[in-house]
Design a protein around this ligand. Structure first.
Ligand SMILES: Cc1cc2nc3c(=O)[nH]c(=O)nc-3n(C[C@H](O)[C@H](O)[C@H](O)COP(=O)(O)O)c2cc1C
Length: 433
């Protein structure tokens, strides 16, 4: 299928040796500002967009344990990350009631382990017990405000993530008080400390552990959530505008249902219920695995990117042959982005930014760079690796599709979605087989 486009790296020999030289040269520290260097040296424009905000490069940190204090956020900005999504807060109403409180538990243990994908490829996964933010909402608001302040002049968007109430099957009512109170307080912080005149994006987290709860046992319940939450967040924010991104989870059902989830969002939402962007797709869920006495764990690794790429790929292939309407929602990709090549695979399916968690947590021996933070070490690999890095694969794709040199990542992603282009022509036959 489409990944065949990325099977063998075809770039000219001089670019190949420039990349190999830069990979060695920057093993002691990345150039600053990296984006300028990349533009001058490779004529590649790394800028893009996330949730309606400009980002200087497409690599960001996904919500989680690596974005729950100000020093992590500051360090990421200094190390040149494109954007950071803060740890998910569990919504509450003005009396402090949280209907999703089972997700607000303190993590006790987190381990990074090797994992083998179904096709035998090796990768990494993080296993832990905790879920959302476990401190008070007031502390989260302070953290959000302080994070916005420290990155003010560093050109790195900081964005909140929230898990709002989702009614169980048969539970009719939505707890609107949680939507209203939480959204409004977050917007107050954005207004005070955020970039002036820009609309706040927010990620609505549908956590993978939802997949193992009775809440997500019914397909129609999941579809109802996906088609309704955006409107509720917008109403809660009103009259202040907000950009809502749905972080779509991998349900425990088959791939066809993943596609149905994406299609429901794209095709079946009333105008005010349609999100502004998507984050696709959060981790897989294994109901049988046990960790620290808890049965059922979320996991990542090669099976996660395999599944996400397959689902997005089938959606694009069906769009290409006119069987389904095109999904033009911007996509921020997440899921086993451990090389620039995998990021490029997501790009080919229309993703214009890439969110990472696991790859920022590997043992230090997994990165060539021997000093600096894990963010810097990971970015060094993600950009400059001569065979697996993003720069190598962007050069490859530019050559394959004749992209203009001044295109940025967002423009490349838009090209890949447009059925008039030949990205999907070769892939369609096999994907639809
Ligand atoms: C330890 C851990 C905690 C996470 N916590 C959250 C969270 O609070 N909210 C959220 O939306 N995603 C959370 N995630 C999901 C990540 O943001 C990311 O989307 C997912 O792990 C896939 O990316 P990866 O393969 O690079 O890890 C968490 C992931 C891990 C590993």
């Amino acid at each position: 299928m489409l990944s065949s486009v990325l099977k063998e790296l075809e770039i000219d020999p001089s670019s190949r040796s420039t990349l190999a030289g830069d990979y060695e040269r920057f093993a002691d520290g990345l150039p600053h500002p990296l984006e300028e260097y990349v533009r001058d040296r490779y004529e590649i424009n790394l800028s893009s967009e996330y949730g309606g905000l400009s980002i200087k490069n497409p690599f960001g940190k996904g919500s989680g344990q690596l974005s729950l204090n100000v020093s992590q956020v500051r360090r990421d900005a200094e190390d040149g990350l494109g954007f950071v999504i803060l740890k998910t807060i569990i919504a509450e109403d003005e009396r402090g009631a949280q209907s999703m409180s089972e997700w607000a538990i303190h993590e006790t243990r987190m381990i990074v382990e090797r994992i083998k994908g179904a096709n035998g490829s090796e990768g990494w996964t993080v296993t832990w017990k905790g879920r959302g933010w476990y401190d008070t909402f007031e502390k989260y608001l302070e953290f959000f405000g302080e994070s916005l302040r420290v990155v003010q002049d560093m050109g790195m968007p900081v964005v909140p993530s929230c898990k709002y109430h989702l009614p169980r099957n048969g539970e009719g009512e939505w707890k609107l008080g949680e939507y209203q109170y939480t959204t409004r307080r977050l917007l107050e912080v954005w207004k005070q400390h955020g970039p002036q005149g820009l609309t706040m994006p927010i990620e609505k987290d549908f956590s993978p552990t939802l997949a193992g709860s009775d809440r997500a046992a019914q397909k129609h319940t999941i579809l109802r959530w996906l088609m309704r939450v955006t409107g509720l967040i917008r109403q809660a924010a009103s009259p202040i505008p907000i950009k809502v991104g749905l972080k779509v989870f991998n349900a425990v059902f088959e791939d066809a249902f993943q596609l149905e989830m994406l299609r429901a969002i794209n095709e079946r939402c009333e105008a005010e219920d349609a999100p502004d962007f998507l984050v696709y797709g959060n981790r897989l869920f294994d109901p049988d695995r046990e960790f620290d006495g808890v049965r059922g764990v979320a996991y990542g690794g090669p099976d996660l990117s395999e599944r996400n790429l397959a689902v997005l790929g089938s959606m694009r292939a069906l769009e290409h042959v006119g069987q389904i309407p095109i999904c033009l929602l911007p996509i921020s990709a997440t899921g086993n982005i451990v090389t620039g090549r995998i990021a490029a695979e997501y790009l080919l399916r229309g993703a214009s930014s890439f969110q990472i968690h696991t790859y920022f947590q590997l043992p230090s021996s997994e990165y060539k760079m021997r000093t600096g933070s894990k963010t810097a070490r990971a970015l060094h690999e993600l950009y400059f690796h001569p065979e697996e890095g993003l720069l190598a694969w962007l050069l490859h794709l530019r050559r394959a599709f004749d992209w203009p040199v001044d295109w940025n990542i967002k423009q490349m992603a838009e090209f890949c979605v447009d059925p008039a282009n030949r990205v999907w022509a070769s892939a369609t036959a096999s994907v639809l087989r």
